[in-house]
Design a protein around this ligand. Sequence first.
Ligand code: ATP
Length: 277
Amino acid sequence: MAAARSMESEFLSRDFSAPVTKETEISIENLSVKFPDKDGGEPVAALRDVNLEIKQGEFISLVGPSGCGKTTLLRTIADLQQPSSGKISVRGLSPREVRLQKKYGIVFQSPVLYDWRTVRRNVCMPMELMGLPKKYRTATVTEMLELVGLYDFGKKYPHELSGGMQQRVNIARALAIKPEILLMDEPFSALDEFTKEKLHEDLLTIWSKTNKTILFVTHNISEAVFLADRVVVMSPHPGRISAVVDVNIPRPRALKDKNAPEFNALVAKVRNSFEGV
Ligand SMILES: Nc1ncnc2c1ncn2[C@@H]1O[C@H](COP(=O)(O)OP(=O)(O)OP(=O)(O)O)[C@@H](O)[C@H]1O
């Protein structure tokens, strides 16, 4: 009970816009993940010898073809998958400790919203599960819906919203527990180009206001470059990091930056970094 109370008070005092410290937030050392082969053959090396340091407040895109281990890497950081060897440490804590402290926000491709709950009550749900006080929940839902531009839609139900709006609700819900790290697995891949581009700009605004560390998985090279500080390029068989490309395009970024020669040069650099595809 005392432990639950101290977790709650740690939660209520969590600062949503903590300053970016540029300290290492996630350290991945010699990480390998193998899955047994269904036909009894050699295990599948979903990840082999992955090494990566991610700074607090960094925006990292993970890009690569199908099967190169992007989702496996995200799931292993999130403690949804265990390493076969190697180690992940988040400011000295294990992924499990970080998950139990609710410091991960996770956004998947399909927004898993509850159809029978309004937008407000969907965003509220993780805070209800954690038993946070009602007054705090109400204020946080309002703050999150303002952040994602959906304050006026709080009383709607998911089926009354477009796909892009549903994904915004999903992001608001992931942010409602004030995570330090946002893990996003192809969150916009099912959306049309116009909606996707609007969400890119909005996600960058949300990121700059909240200072989260973001890992963003995508197949789309242009999306990866536009959003990230660094693009981590992965290649399959075995899943590994084949390059890390720094994106030195100034921020804040706008869609017109995609027309700049520097942007296209970076897209080409990422494309040329794939190995064994
Ligand atoms: N639960 C599992 N059991 C067995 N093999 C798996 C499992 N999960 C992933 N794999 C295999 O591990 C490799 C990496 O898969 P993963 O889903 O991480 O790749 P990905 O880059 O995210 O692919 P996609 O872009 O298609 O989502 C693939 O060969 C995949 O078939």
